[in-house]
Ligand binder design. Structure first.
Ligand code: GLN
Length: 467
């Protein structure tokens, strides 16, 4: 268990984080003095937490990993951050990400490439790779991330930590820089389930500043009771067919092991076809880029963003700024999003993608009439090389399991299952809306030991305060 970073240990903590971060490059701004913890009696009082650099923390940089926001500082707190500060958590820094959350490798960023602490030649995953690598290496027990199409769960899986993507609307998006608003969620990465449950329960619920946030006061009781108190659980779980398909050999082996464990727990499991799984990835990339092209229109060098060039007219400014101050992946997605939305062609792509999404939502509704949850891999392969990663199409295709929860607005919880391998492999449960407490219980039953394994050579810096 972590204790707070007291003044006695602050220098030691700072030095240890800085030494680790030199190699891993997961934290892009570290300062344990900037925001002193508010005094409270909450059990998480003074516990350090890191925040992905697309979530506002007043007074700290908010770069989104993009040259266009390189010098931008947040002027208010995200609602989730404000609620955690009220509980006494200690925000100690911001974590690296793919520019505006677009990616799955944490290599497209002005802050450089984040490395996986299990093997520094591998990617930490993305786009919340900075949060995942920081938790895995023991720099902090908790970090906030964002998940639009898997960006909490995939890096959590690559780095061997827990990752929660809540039900859409359960956590306010106020203060999360928009990528694709109908899919974006703030999520939590942590070294233990218990920490994640506590953060979820502290930060969830209605926020007048986010019209899509939902009132889940009725669900509050069930979700706030710790999963460790639950004794036995009966559940029917839908699983994929056992063909290897696109899964790597070790991911397949770990998935089979997970299915065997489900049976051993006494759960009923049944293989189901996910008929829309192939279409889901295309629908995701059409919807996500369409929304991104609209959301990123605000970065014009005048209202937001660094102004580039010496232009005389608004259009010239716009052209110079946006062509110089966005990275390639962001330019690609903005162009693709503009293309799928172009006048007269709405039905060709965007309309179809929305229809796939509607069908998928109905398919999940039918599925959850018979099953409590779906058990899925997080990503088809283990962490890929950081320098020489997969081609961009393969990386995008790898989101195939993750985007289902985002398109459906459903909660998903990923957890490490294969840490005895050289690289960690994560699995996930996806459940109906607001079934987070059930997902916590399911994962708890699969991982009674709770604590994550650490890559060799790393220990939790939380031990510093415990003597
Ligand atoms: N990898 C996905 C993408 O590139 C998901 C990103 C995310 O969840 N922010 O869009």
């Amino acid at each position: 268990m972590w204790s707070g970073v007291t003044s006695r240990h602050k220098e030691q903590y700072r030095a240890a984080v800085e030494a680790m971060n030199k190699n891993i490059r997961s934290i892009c701004h570290f300062d344990c003095d900037a925001i002193p913890a508010r005094p409270t009696t909450h059990p998480l009082s003074e516990i350090p937490i890191l925040v992905k650099d697309n979530i506002s923390v007043s007074g700290l940089p908010l770069t989104c990993g993009s040259p266009i926001l390189a010098n931008y500082k947040a002027v208010y707190n995200a609602t989730v951050v404000e609620r955690l500060l009220d509980a006494g958590l200690h925000v100690v820094g911001k974590t690296n990400l793919d520019e505006f959350g677009m990616g799955a490798s944490t290599t497209h960023s002005i802050h450089g490439k984040t490395k996986n602490p299990w093997d520094l030649s591998r990617s930490a995953g993305g786009s919340s790779g900075g949060s995942a690598a920081s938790v895995a290496s023991g720099m902090a027990p908790l970090a906030l991330g964002s998940d639009t199409g898997g960006s909490v769960r995939q890096p959590a899986s690559f780095c061997g930590v827990y990752g929660l993507k809540p039900t859409y609307g359960a956590l306010s998006r106020f203060g999360l820089v928009a990528f694709a608003s109908s899919l974006d969620c703030i999520g939590v990465l942590g070294e233990s389930l218990e920490y994640i449950e506590q953060i979820f329960s502290l930060s969830k619920g209605m926020d007048p500043r986010d019209a899509s946030s939902v009132d889940i006061s009725n669900a509050r009781d069930s979700s706030s009771s710790p999963s460790t108190e639950k004794k036995s659980l009966s559940a029917r779980i839908a699983v994929l067919s056992f063909d290897r398909g696109i899964l790597s050999e070790s991911t397949h082996r770990v998935y089979r092991k997970g299915c065997d464990m489900l049976l051993a727990q006494g759960y009923e499991i049944e293989t189901v076809d996910f008929p829309l799984i192939e279409n889901a990835i295309a629908a995701y990339y059409i919807i996500a880029t369409a929304e991104a092209s609209s959301n990123l229109a605000r970065y014009d060098g005048i209202r937001y963003g660094k102004r580039k060039g010496q232009a005389d007219t608004y259009l010239e400014y716009l052209f110079d700024t946006r062509s110089q101050a966005f990275g390639n992946e962001v330019v690609f997605r903005t162009l693709l999003g503009t293309y799928v939305l172009r006048s007269g062609f709405y039905d060709q792509y965007y309309g179809k993608a929305l229809a796939v999404r509607r069908d998928l939502v109905s398919a999940f509704r039918r599925l959850f009439a018979s099953y409590d949850a779906v058990f899925l891999p997080v990503y088809p392969i283990e962490a890929f090389s950081v320098e020489d990663s997969l081609d961009e199409v393969a990386i995008k295709y790898g989101d195939i399991f993750n985007v289902l929860a985002n398109l459906g607005g459903l909660p998903a919880l990923s957890f490490p299952m294969g840490e005895d391998e050289r690289l960690p492999v994560g699995m996930q449960f996806v459940g109906p809306a607001h079934s987070e407490s059930k997902l916590f219980s399911l994962v708890q039953s699969m991982r009674p030991e709770e604590k994550i394994m650490r890559p060799s050579g790393y220990t939790s810096l939380g031990m510093m305060g415990s003597e």
